[in-house]
Write a protein that binds this ligand. Sequence first.
Ligand SMILES: Cc1cc2nc3c(=O)[nH]c(=O)nc-3n(C[C@H](O)[C@H](O)[C@H](O)COP(=O)(O)O)c2cc1C
Length: 353
Amino acid sequence: MIYKNLIKPFLFMMEPETAHSFTIISQSVLSSLRLNKIIKLFFNYSEPLLETEVFGIKFNNPVGLPAGCDKDGKALDIWGSYGFGFATIGSVVYSPQPGNPKPRLFRLIDERSLQVNLGLNSKGALSFYEIFKKKKKRSTIPLGISIARTTDIDESEVVDDYLKSFKTLYELPDYFEINVSCPNINNICFFNLNMLPKLLEKIQENNYKKKPILIKIGPDLEELELDVIVKNVLDYNIDGVVATNLIKDLTKINPKKVYKGGISGKLLEKYSNKTINYLYKKSEGRFKIVGLGGIFNGKDAYEKIKLGASLVQVYTGMVFEGPGLIKKILKELVMLLKKDGLDLNKACGIYHK
Ligand SMILES: Cc1cc2nc3c(=O)[nH]c(=O)nc-3n(C[C@H](O)[C@H](O)[C@H](O)COP(=O)(O)O)c2cc1C
């Protein structure tokens, strides 16, 4: 209620990227004032039915914060207090870069979606390392790092660029997300799928502690391209796929007003669900799926789990509904699981069984 009546109108009066920066800075201040425990009292929700173990990591619940919200890790120690079961920080690229010119973030209010044209603004892997290392000790949940490529480099340097970030940051996270799907880099092919085998081979060669590795893909891939993803994930023992990033092909979704960039939220949901469904079916559940795109309540999260996701992530839903959404999703999820007499493992991919 406080969020909807007070905080949201205040934030929505601001230009979207300003509102986002304000939110991250205030979260960072709240955590430096050691207010995490108080926040936790209001927002946390624990229930044994939600506990799960995926790729060797124990999670208190399956609802995480995705890449893109806390790009530089400034507030990485607070997300557990808001009830998230895990958080992916980043995407970070190796060389610092400013991203695209502003304005580059837009609200599609009626469609409960965001349009994003940030262009991978990042402080770069070396600064990111310092922030993450300092703050990580106080996080209460598993943390992942999403790495992407520096944009202003030649295609021949791309694999090496990912690898430099991977090596620089290797000791820090519980898992890595390799982002091969940024939809708002203009004038270049962000990631050519032909590079995937070499990239995954190099990543695994340097993964000497066998940390879980996930790759994050977009919802615009055709089935043949998804088949390439499935094959490579299995060939290189990748632990899972994060599905999906923002939708790029706007002809499919026809938003009322078109700004620039990829689209999240409700307009994306159908396409991310389709991707999750295909990945699970094609792989016969042989790797894990982290599902996201348009989750606004427990039923949306449950749908992704039944399609094949072991974990889910929520971003746009939280922008529109506030941080209390996480507790609401968790409670609804418990209700739905109990109603069907299932636990998370049994519910995962049940549509295919
Ligand atoms: C403002 C914004 C920035 C994002 N930046 C990233 C990013 O840096 N890396 C990434 O993998 N995904 C990024 N994403 C995509 C989200 O992680 C997520 O895949 C997408 O928003 C769909 O989930 P949602 O509908 O719950 O928002 C971003 C999304 C938004 C809205």
